[in-house]
Design a protein around this ligand. Structure first.
Ligand code: GLA
Length: 387
């Protein structure tokens, strides 16, 4: 991925805005996509996660319309959206992530004027890199600045998360929006998802992102199904341990004692063990600046066998990456069921390994993967001095 200065993209979104609305935007904000290093399917179970923001961002330029409804256009989409400023409704289209943020702010008592919004993004959509969280967090930050009520990064993450769960209707945890809002250059974000507490941990590794290019058609249904299983497992565990705060707080020993039905047992074991792996990863990262590959491989095996959210393509990627020179660890990242895998190591070694892995993947699966190399990048930003 390219370095982070990205002045071009600020110019691009301003130019798009000016072309469409014949005026200069009042505010521009940008927010990145994310990959999770470890701690998968733990966020909505109150556990720990360790994502980074990536060097790909979504830019949102905003101005006030003198009258009429709010309008949003995107350089990445053919359709543009319009909605009543005081009554956004869900449409199933891309601008729900923007109008959903406006709806959430209205619920908080804000009276936003009709808005003019332009979007430019180089976060790939549909790949599991949280393009929606990037859009929500950038929009929330831009709207806050426009209204003269600047949101902190945490507030922007929470508003974005509510837009995603309440307005768009995806039952995700808080990881994606927090990673997009609170990412920091050269740092991983260690987030406790029960309290929203976080710390940044310095990280030297480069990350190869490998998009398996498997359509995500089944991902949402499968994801929601896992959430229900986790709730069911927690209910049974609480029968044995009434004070259990959440599923991630259960120890592997407590999960064993509860003798859950086989499927629920596998889900609960994954969540209990994975959240502890995050703790070990953070200890190692603090000591060495790199993540131990063994933890990444263990995480992947657990997602494959216990959480059952991997795919033949992701398993193939992890195996191939592990056999490549200079790769220290690999695993699936994000929800699974397709989407992206990551491999960690030195940037030069990863850049050398990527084309060979990609070529073999295409020969094996008949799909052309996309690959990027990134380092931990900065989170949400407001941009001054607009052109
Ligand atoms: C998706 C969700 C996140 C998280 C991951 C799995 O990316 O949006 O909240 O649950 O899956 O770790």
């Amino acid at each position: 991925m390219r370095p982070e200065s990205a002045v071009d993209d600020a110019d691009k979104v301003c130019a798009l805005f000016r072309r469409r609305f014949s005026a200069k935007p009042a505010v521009v904000a940008s927010a990145p996509g994310r990959v999770n290093l470890i701690g998968e399917h733990t966020d909505y179970n109150g556990g720990e996660v360790l994502p980074i923001a990536i060097e790909r961002r979504t830019w949102v330029a905003v101005g006030v319309a003198t009258r009429g409804s709010s309008e949003a256009i995107s350089a990445n989409e053919t359709e543009s959206g319009a909605w009543e400023a005081h009554e956004p409704h869900r449409t199933g289209k891309w601008w729900d992530y923007v109008s959903g943020v406006a709806a959430e702010l209205s619920l908080r008592g804000w009276e936003l004027p009709p808005l003019q919004i332009a979007v430019v993004s180089d976060v790939p959509a549909g790949a599991g890199l949280s393009s929606s969280a990037a859009l929500e967090v950038a929009a929330a930050t831009a709207f806050g600045a426009l209204a003269g009520v600047p949101l902190s990064a945490t507030e922007a993450a929470l508003v974005g998360h509510r837009a995603e769960t309440e307005f768009v209707g995806v039952a995700c945890g808080i990881m994606d929006q927090f990673a997009s809002a609170l990412g920091s250059t050269g740092m991983a974000l260690h987030l406790w998802c029960d309290s929203g507490r976080y710390e940044h941990v310095s990280m030297k590794d480069a990350v190869l992102i490998f998009d398996t290019a498997v359509p995500r058609s089944l991902r949402t249904a499968a994801f929601n199904g896992r959430r229900q299983e986790c709730d069911a497992a927690l209910a049974i565990l609480r029968g044995h341990f009434p004070t259990l705060q959440n599923l991630a707080a259960a120890t592997p020993e407590q999960v064993a004692v509860a003798a859950l039905p086989a499927g629920l047992d596998r889900r609960a074991r994954h969540v209990a063990e994975e959240t502890r792996r995050v703790g070990s990863a953070v200890v190692a990262l603090r000591a060495t600046g790199t993540l131990p590959g063994s933890l990444l491989y263990e995480s992947h095996e657990s997602l494959r066998l216990l959480y059952e959210c991997s795919s033949p393509e992701l398993d193939w990627f992890v195996e191939s990456a592990s056999a490549s020179v200079g790769v220290t660890g690999a695993r699936l990242t994000g929800a699974g069921w397709g989407g992206c895998g990551i491999a960690l190591g030195d940037a030069t070694a990863l850049a050398e390994a990527a084309p060979a892995i990609a070529a073999k993947y295409e020969a094996r699966f008949g799909r052309r993967p996309r690959t990027w190399i990134t380092h931990a990048a900065a989170g949400v930003r407001l941009h001054e001095n607009l052109t």
